[in-house]
Design a protein around this ligand. Structure first.
Ligand SMILES: Nc1ncnc2c1ncn2[C@@H]1O[C@H](COP(=O)(O)OP(=O)(O)OP(=O)(O)O)[C@@H](O)[C@H]1O
Ligand SMILES: [Mg+2]
Length: 269
């Protein structure tokens, strides 16, 4: 299946040696429109005047979250996406997944990108067991495949390490346990383009190691992995290339070590 924004014929047949492009972002701008936010500076008086209805009519505020971003990702690459809070990382991933429209520019994808966490949106009132099954079915796996991989997914998540938690509703899980189960479900399938937004952040050190190994495995299976993380260590251990976004702009795109060194210098200022 192809990203709805994209036609396969749109992907240029440009190949650099053996490298096959999987995601091409071409001058991408993404703008959020916030309705009814007003244009005031959020002071108590402006809030009051809005409440009593004498202020200006609430307008539409625009947030230009991603500005003119261009890059090409290739099969077999694991790409780290870094940048300070609010720099546009999650926004860019959601756009690559086809969940947000581009204001300008286009995103071409070969294969259907999966945004981990969204594709496996879990439900708090259902047991872990049901969530594994439904999550896998939602990703397009057959019942047979789900049965085959079920034990592996539960083992990988480690949710059952401290007792039979998989048969309890998800609302009884800690936030780390939830994140681990979500990652395990998402990672159970081989993806063409896998987008991971901070999935490793809540897991403990052991789980992080395991997930990093799984990311390397997915990448070896010729997919492309994007990893958003604030852990420079996770990025170093998993990615060979890094995109650095700052205030929505692509500030640097290059080999992991090179970009991280610049970024570390920037963040330690
Ligand atoms: N739904 C939304 N509506 C309006 N503005 C939004 C929305 N989501 C994000 N933004 C804005 O877009 C910009 C980029 O946000 P984004 O979530 O992509 O940043 P991020 O790099 O993922 O940050 P973090 O490291 O904190 O996760 C920010 O200015 C944010 O306020
Ligand atoms: Mg984010």
């Amino acid at each position: 299946m192809l990203n709805p924004q994209v036609k396969r014929s749109d992907v240029p047949a440009q190949r650099t040696g053996e490298r096959t492009p999987t995601v091409i972002a071409d001058g991408v701008d993404i703008v959020y429109r916030v309705v009814g936010s007003g244009t005031g500076r959020g002071s108590a008086t402006s809030a009051l005047s809005r409440i009593i209805g004498r202020g200006k009519r609430p307008g539409v505020r625009e947030v230009h979250a991603v500005k003119g971003v261009t890059f090409t990702a290739y099969r077999g690459e694991a790409i780290g996406l870094i940048g300070t809070n609010g720099s546009g990382k999650s926004t860019l991933l959601r756009a690559v997944a086809g969940l947000l429209p581009c204001e300008n520019g286009r995103i071409y994808t070969d294969g259907q990108p999966s945004l981990m966490g969204v594709n496996a949106a879990l439900m708090d009132d259902l047991t872990g067991e049901r969530n594994v099954t439904l999550g896998c079915l939602a990703m397009g796996m057959s019942r047979e495949q789900v049965r085959e991989r079920y034990d592996e997914i539960v083992d990988f998540s480690g949710v059952n390490d401290k007792g039979d938690f998989i048969s309890l509703p998800m609302r009884t899980y800690s936030s780390g346990m939830k994140a681990r189960l979500r990652f395990s479900i998402g990672a159970a399938k081989d993806h063409d383009v896998l987008l991971i937004d901070e999935a490793l952040a809540t897991g403990d050190a052991r789980f992080q190691k395991r997930s990093e190994a799984r990311i390397r495995e997915l990448r070896a299976k010729a997919g492309t992995v994007f990893l958003v993380s604030h852990s420079n260590k996770s990025i170093r251990d998993t990615c060979d290339r890094v995109l650095w976004l700052e205030k929505g702009e692509l500030r640097m795109d290059g080999p992991t070590e090179q970009v991280l060194q610049e970024y570390e210098r920037f963040t330690s200022r």
